[in-house]
Design a protein. Structure first.
Length: 207
């Protein structure tokens, strides 16, 4: 009986130690990631992705940068759709007006974009091609019209072969085709805030 009791105490001690180590490791991971230099880069046409980027920025800090083009896309929706389709077909990368002074100082780079034509928008391809993100942690986030994300996240991984790409965040935004533009307000905004909070905690970026 005494032997069984001793074995039981040893097992309990082992399990307690294992659990404590696991929690300590999680804590170290969270603090290590949280203390990194963060850049949040986003592309937004109807301001829905902008709203998501700002929510993330409030929670993790860092530098918030909007992608702008040397030659902006047309305001007319169908004209813009046709232009993007043509750019995707020929692999054209539109030149960026936005410049990042020193990409080397960042450890974590959030990249936010809408889904255009079921693909990653050409301006975001330009950014991922222009800057060397090797060794950095890349975290994609997205708004879409509710159809699907298409190949956008897979393209991010392909364009960042030497980076660690973490789990993405995606939410339904507006449907510009139907004239539904900015929707990240009221109950929708609160819902997205909760979803982002859960996502960031899962990535150990916030406690």
């Amino acid at each position: 009986m005494k032997r069984l009791t001793t074995q039981w105490l040893m097992m309990c001690t082992f399990l307690f130690t294992l659990t404590s180590c696991s929690r300590a490791q999680e804590s170290v991971t969270a603090n290590t990631v949280k203390d990194k230099k963060v850049l949040i880069v986003y592309l937004s046409r109807t301001k829905n992705t902008k709203a998501v980027a700002e929510i993330i920025h409030k929670r993790v800090g860092g530098d918030l940068v909007v992608l702008e083009l040397v030659t902006p896309y047309p305001e007319h929706y169908q004209t813009m759709v046709d232009q993007v389709a043509a750019e995707n077909a020929r692999g054209y990368l539109p030149p960026l007006k936005t410049k990042i002074d020193d990409i080397r100082k960042y450890d974590v780079v959030f990249v936010g974009f809408p889904t255009w034509g079921m693909q990653l928008p050409p301006p975001m391809k330009s950014f991922l091609k222009q800057y060397d993100l090797s060794g950095k942690t890349i975290i994609p986030f997205n708004t879409n019209a509710g159809y699907d994300i298409g190949s956008s996240f897979e393209t991010v991984k392909q364009l960042c072969p030497n980076s660690k790409v973490l789990e993405r965040f995606s939410t339904k935004g507006g449907i510009e085709r139907d004239g539904i533009l900015f929707v990240m307000e009221g109950d929708k905004e609160k819902q997205v805030q909760v979803e982002i909070e859960k996502w960031l905690k899962k990535l150990a970026l916030i406690n």
